[in-house]
Design a binder for this molecule. Structure first.
Ligand code: UDP
Length: 236
């Protein structure tokens, strides 16, 4: 039994750093690739959005004097670098990835269309959506919400280093407790930092459930697809 037939997996760029301060940790990348291959082998249709925070974020660039739009474009290019790295790691474990870009940049990746994405997913390929939405002032969380809704995914899985959503940041407040389920409205009301508001609102308005879980423990992605309750489900 598979809990979700088609998933959109969001991975943050920062998590690719592993123990490093910057860039890509090959071990973390390989660990993600084998977890992803494992669920693709179960027959799950897997699409992925990856962030770029391990390389560049437009907002932090702007605070150092960069033009915000150019900074965001640099951030989007950072997501392309990560997408190519993940695509290469997926090939290394025997999976068939296809990189689609929100901005034209053949031959690095093909220009995104829903049709191409669905063709690949139905053929058992793993689709990586890169360059976010292609527009500045957005994040890859919003890019993932958008793509999850477009490709009619059953769920958006947000793989993080924390095992779900807590009443407060568990890394700062040891008394924080974890939710098994939470509504979109509770996220706003409690001011929880799960995703940015644009991304959360897109999911809410289009009834896209979000599942937050710890992706850094090998085997966890498979557990989520098997229906094990290891994280937090966000729904209406
Ligand atoms: N970005 C953007 N538009 C998008 C997606 C991303 O401008 O649709 C830029 C933005 O500057 C962002 C950076 O790309 O800071 C990297 O993405 P993000 O911060 O979401 O990465 P993550 O935090 O997941 O590593």
């Amino acid at each position: 039994m598979i809990a979700y037939k088609r998933i959109l997996l969001k991975l943050s760029g920062e998590s690719l750093m592993g123990e490093r301060q910057y860039g890509i940790d090959e071990n973390r990348l390989a660990q993600y690739a084998s977890q992803i291959k494992e669920v693709a082998d179960m027959g799950v249709q897997v699409a992925i959005v990856i962030g770029g925070g391990n390389i560049f974020r437009g907002l932090s660039g702007a605070s150092k004097g960069f033009d915000r739009v150019k900074g965001d474009q640099m951030g989007m290019l950072a997501t392309v670098i990560n997408s190519l790295a993940l695509s290469s790691a997926l090939e290394a474990v025997g999976a068939q990835p296809r990189v689609l870009t929100a901005v034209r940049m053949e031959p690095i990746g093909e220009f995104y269309s829903k049709q191409k994405a669905l063709e690949s997913l139905k053929a058992g390929e793993i689709v990586i959506f890169s360059a976010g939405t292609g527009c500045p002032y957005f994040t890859t969380d919003t890019g993932s919400s958008l793509r999850a809704i477009e490709i009619e995914a059953d769920v958006m899985l947000k793989g993080t280093r924390v095992d779900g959503i807590y009443t407060a940041d568990p890394e700062k407040d040891p008394s924080a407790t974890k939710f098994t389920e939470i509504t979109y409205d509770e996220i706003y009301n409690r001011n929880l930092k799960v995703m940015d508001l644009t991304a959360t609102t897109m999911c809410k308005e289009n009834n896209m459930p979000i599942y937050v879980f710890d992706m850094d423990t090998p085997g966890n992605l498979k557990k989520v697809l098997e229906g094990q309750q290891i994280g937090t489900l966000v729904k209406k």
